[in-house]
Ligand binder design. Structure first.
Ligand SMILES: [Zn+2]
Length: 274
C-alpha cells in the first residue's frame, strides 16, 4: 500500500474544523457543503488552515516559515537536546527520557490517539509504533511533510498527519482515547481555548499527556525576567503548577499529575466524565 492510498482511506475521519459537520471528497480535496469551504489535500496531508499565517496577529504563527525550515533538524542533536538544556536546565530530562516519560502515560490506552502540534511526529510515531492509530495535527506543512517522510521510511502505517489549528480541530466530539501535547502548550495564544478543544474531541476519562515548561529551578527559565521577556517577545508562557491546574479544571480535566524537572513540566490529566 502506498502512503497516498493509506492517507486517502483515513480522510473519512476528518470533519469540518469550522462547523464540525461531515466533509465530502471532491477532486482530491475535502469540501464542506454547510460552510462552502474546500480544504485541499496536499501530498496526502489534508490542509484545514485556509488563512495565510505569515499575516497572523499571533507572533508564534507568523514565524511559520522558520518553523517549516527547521523540520529537518528538529529531531537531530542540533535542536531538542540544546533547547532542553538551555530552557529546562542542565540536570533535566534527556530527549530520550522525555519521549519515554510522555508516551508511557498513553501506553496502556486502547483506541485512537491524538497528537497535538505533532511536528514530524516526534512523540506520536513512538506511540504509533505500538500498533495504536495516531492522528497528528500541526500548523507547519514543513514539519508534517517531514513526518510523512519519516513514517514512510519507518514503514509505519498507523501515524496520520493533517494541517490544523488546535483551536479548530477537524474531528468530531469524543473521538479519542488519549491525547499527546508536547512542546507546544506554552505557545498557544489562549491556553484554556486550546485545552477545551482538546477535551471536546476526547472521550470521558481519556488521558492527556503533556510536555511544556513550568516555573522551576533549572535553565534560563528559572529567572523571572527571562520568563517575562519570553512571554512578551516570543509568546512563550511558562506555567505555575497552580495556574496549570486551574486551566485544566476550566477546560474540563481532572486528576492533574505534574512532574517538574528543572523547568521542564510533564503532566497527565483526565477528561472529566461529565
Ligand atoms: Zn463547515
Amino acid at each position: 500500500m502506498t502512503a497516498d492510498s493509506s492517507a486517502t482511506k483515513e480522510l473519512g475521519i476528518y470533519v469540518c474544523p469550522a462547523c464540525k459537520r461531515p466533509l465530502h471528497r471532491e477532486d482530491g480535496a475535502l469540501h464542506c457543503p454547510a460552510c462552502s469551504k474546500t480544504y485541499p489535500v496536499k501530498e496526502g496531508i489534508p490542509d484545514f488552515i485556509l488563512e495565510e499565517l505569515s499575516k497572523s496577529a499571533d507572533p508564534v504563527l507568523r514565524r511559520m516559515r522558520f518553523i517549516d525550515r527547521m523540520a529537518r533538524i528538529y529531531e537531530s542533536k542540533l535542536w531538542y537536546p540544546v533547547v532542553l538544556k538551555i530552557y529546562g536546565g542542565i540536570h533535566t530530562l534527556s530527549f530520550a527520557q522525555l519521549i519515554t516519560t510522555v508516551t508511557q502515560k498513553v501506553r496502556s490506552t486502547e483506541g485512537r490517539v491524538l497528537d497535538i502540534a505533532c511536528g514530524p511526529g516526534t512523540y506520536g510515531r513512538r506511540v504509533a509504533s505500538l500498533s495504536k492509530e495516531v492522528f497528528g495535527i500541526d500548523v507547519s506543512m514543513g514539519m508534517l511533510r517531514q513526518g510523512v517522510a519519516y513514517t514512510a521510511k519507518e514503514g509505519n502505517p498507523n501515524m496520520h498527519f493533517a494541517r490544523a489549528r488546535v483551536e479548530a480541530l477537524p474531528f468530531e466530539a469524543g473521538l479519542f482515547d488519549a491525547t499527546l501535547c508536547c512542546g507546544s502548550l506554552h505557545l498557544f495564544a489562549d491556553t484554556t481555548i486550546a485545552l477545551r478543544e482538546m477535551a471536546r474531541v476526547m472521550k470521558p476519562g481519556a488521558i492527556l499527556s503533556v510536555f511544556t515548561f513550568g516555573v522551576g529551578h533549572g535553565g534560563i527559565l528559572k529567572f523571572r525576567r527571562v520568563r517575562e521577556s519570553s512571554r512578551r517577545n516570543h509568546g512563550l508562557h511558562v506555567f505555575e503548577l497552580s495556574e496549570m491546574e486551574q486551566y485544566l479544571a476550566a477546560a474540563g480535566f481532572k486528576d492533574f499529575q505534574p512532574q517538574l524537572s528543572g523547568s521542564i513540566l510533564t503532566f497527565s490529566a483526565r477528561k472529566k466524565a461529565t
